[in-house]
Design a protein around this ligand. Sequence first.
Ligand code: PBG
Length: 328
Amino acid sequence: MFNQTIRPRRLRTSDNLRRMVRETRISADSLIWPVFIAEGENIYREIDSLPNQYHYSPDQLYRMIERAKKHGVSRVLLFGLPKEKDAEGSGAWDENGIVQQGIRKIKELAPDMYVITDVCMCEYTSHGHCGILCGHYVDNDKTLKKLAQIALSHVKAGADMVAPSDMMDGRVAAIREILDKNGFINVPIMAYSAKFASSFYGPFRDAAGSAPAFGDRRSYQMDFHNSREAMRECALDVAEGADILMVKPALAYLDLVYQAKQNFDIPIACYAVSGEYAMVKAAAKAGLIDEYKIMCESAVCMYRAGADIVITYYACELADAIRKGDIG
Ligand code: PBG
């Protein structure tokens, strides 16, 4: 019989020992919570497609801040739901736009909350696409000017970091240039670099009212068959001055999180998107899985693949799990 001198199970014999030899350590400091701000007053409404996530009007944002603080989450990613939309998405760069109002409110109530904004047009355009249309095609270079304006307006309102999610070519350079020209040299850009045309965004589009009125996003978001192209997108964003790279969605794309971590030396974020969250919620509701354990396991796997930062609707619950010592 083979003499068993090598026994990997030896290091699994007690909880104490397993914790000692863990390879992945995670901290609530690396969690970002996406938050939806709706134009209007007195809006505090649970989002049908995203259970336990809410639309907050600016006057109700104190509720979001209370929840975040209770769980020890202090980084948020803001999305806006404007009342009016138009072909150019002009609400996106309005200094009194919904995200700009929201940023000011959060900074007034909680100056230590780190505020990141999603820079995109799809929630603001009547057609629901992420840029300026030329016929049915999103015009890249016309859109760049608008994206730069949007980012600048967010930063002027007090945003700490901007995160362009539109997938136009050259947007990181365009945003870096306008921020630098206006003296915001220290505002970082987290680029949605490897962002795929994904059906996992379905619940978000309900939540943000941003489904395209015609066609789909495949002429700007990436084809999910590709991984070398994802690294090319990352390399371009690094060259253009991105400070953080992002892979999105997360769980089905962990190969890219891993590759990005191997290839680039700046922090890597991944975004566990609305469909990932909604699927876990639905399966748990049907009694098929243990929501808490699946949430914990999925998040740890994202970090294990190489994520330094995880953007997730479960940020508050994960922060608790880390504090309790269930993971991390
Ligand atoms: C805006 C944007 C989207 C998401 C983040 N920013 C939607 C999309 O690209 O269609 C998706 C987030 C999620 O599903 O949780 N472009």
